[in-house]
Design a protein around this ligand. Structure first.
Ligand SMILES: NC(=O)c1ccc[n+]([C@@H]2O[C@H](COP(=O)([O-])OP(=O)(O)OC[C@H]3O[C@@H](n4cnc5c(N)ncnc54)[C@H](O)[C@@H]3O)[C@@H](O)[C@H]2O)c1
Ligand SMILES: [Fe+2]
Length: 379
């Protein structure tokens, strides 16, 4: 290939059932005797958080916790978490939860060392590092453990904004599939579909290269094979393991390549309607893939091969049909109308989707009118 590229190393990886028991040693390895867990109240209700906190304390670490993160975290909650962390003092920050928690934890770890800043301030180029972060994902979806940026909602502006810094890319990702065994089927489906879209959009992205392609193709194969199994039987540890690895690889891929228009639209849908990320993606994925089909014919052929290598190549249609059937099968497909979108919201969503930086990597650059047509078809 003729163009060069640079790739920053991703996080170290600890994978396997029970891997979370190695957390204290990992904190110790980062030179700290204190750990501050950032998590959400829903997860706390499952008992996972208190088990992890108990394990850290039993190993002699000073522990603190902020469990105020909810789905689609806001800049306000990130600011509140940073205040709590500054009060706790120097430590390793442990993000324990889904993508919402991991994204918020990045902002909190960064703001901890920037006492005069807020989550709405751009700190990408700050000379001051955030506190070290360890990520423990409890959903198999976002792959947020692979990168140093987060997507949070600016409640005042009603839009998703990006925050982050190279220093808050997790030092270690602890992938313990046992933590995902209790994830309800509907959340397994929505978060897993996010991972599948990451793989597909990464393959089709303008930022793709052979490194991201390798991770994305394997991610699509793993998630396509194991997501329906995990939705069907959440206690299947093998399916949970493969899905968690697939989602992680999809995160590696998107961190290198960027994503595309499905994410651009979904961010706007969630900012306006509060829709869970994976459900917002599923509402428009088929329409965006059809819109992109000619420009993304070769990447969609890779998607087809990853999902169903035995089927003969026949243009982009089989990949689109297979992904759509999978979304249908796991129950994540809704129309925008079913998600509560009034028709006069569609132009607002179209403008926001075109302005979202993630859309810049779409294989076929969309105009606002193009996105309005896509939204009409998805309504
Ligand atoms: N940084 C990135 O690379 C990146 C990529 C994609 C998406 N995101 C962001 O991630 C967020 C979505 O994250 P998500 O899809 O993981 O969902 P989430 O973190 O919002 O979690 C969804 C729900 O699942 C519950 N939950 C989590 N783990 C559980 C478990 N093990 N058992 C029972 N319940 C559990 C949570 O309490 C929550 O109610 C969005 O804000 C999205 O923008 C970030
Ligand atoms: Fe996503």
């Amino acid at each position: 290939m003729s163009t060069g590229f640079s790739i920053a190393p991703s996080c170290a990886l600890e994978f396997g059932p029970g891997a979370v028991s190695r957390l204290s040693a990992l904190v110790d390895g980062l030179g700290a005797d204190s750990a501050f867990v950032v998590t959400d109240a829903g997860l706390r209700g499952t008992g996972i958080v208190d088990r992890v906190l108990g394990g850290l304390a039993a190993d002699g670490l000073r522990t603190g916790v902020f469990d105020g993160i909810g789905p689609n975290p806001s800049t306000t909650v990130v600011d509140a978490g940073a205040v709590a962390l500054r009060r706790f003092g120097p430590c390793v920050v442990i993000g324990l939860g889904g993508g919402s928690v991991l994204d918020a934890a990045k902002g909190i770890a960064l703001l901890a060392t920037h006492p005069d800043a807020h989550a709405t301030d751009p700190l990408w180029d700050s000379p001051v590092d955030g506190l070290p972060l360890v990520a423990v994902p409890t959903t198999a979806g976002t792959g947020a453990e692979t990168n140093g940026f987060g997507v949070v909602e600016d409640t005042c502006a009603r839009r998703k904004i990006y925050l982050g810094h190279p220093s808050v890319r997790p030092r270690v990702a602890v992938l313990d599939p046992e933590l995902t065994l209790g994830l309800p089927a509907a959340i397994t489906a929505a978060t897993g579909f996010d991972a599948l879209v990451h793989g597909v959009e990464s393959l089709a992205s303008r930022g793709a290269n052979p490194v991201s392609d390798a991770a994305a193709a394997q991610a699509v194969a793993l998630v396509g094979r194991w997501l329906p199994v995990a939705v069907d039987d959440g206690t299947d540890l093998d399916a949970r393991s493969q899905l968690l690895l697939g989602a992680h690889l999809a995160g590696q891929a998107l961190t290198v390549s960027g994503l595309g228009l499905v994410h651009g639209i979904a961010h706007a849908v969630t900012a306006h309607l509060g829709t869970p990320h994976g459900i917002a993606l599923a509402a428009v994925n088929e329409q965006v893939m059809r819109y992109s089909a000619d420009a993304a014919a070769a990447p969609y052929e890779r998607v087809r091969r990853a999902l169903d290598g035995a089927a003969p190549p026949a243009g982009p249609a089989p990949a689109i049909d297979t992904v759509t059937a999978l979304a249908e099968g796991i129950g994540v497909r809704r129309t925008l109308r079913e998600l509560g979108a009034a028709r006069d919201l569609l132009p607002v969503l179209a403008a926001a989707a075109v302005a979202d930086p993630v859309t810049a990597n779409a294989p076929r650059p969309p105009s606002e009118a193009d996105v309005r047509d896509i939204l009409d078809a998805a309504w």
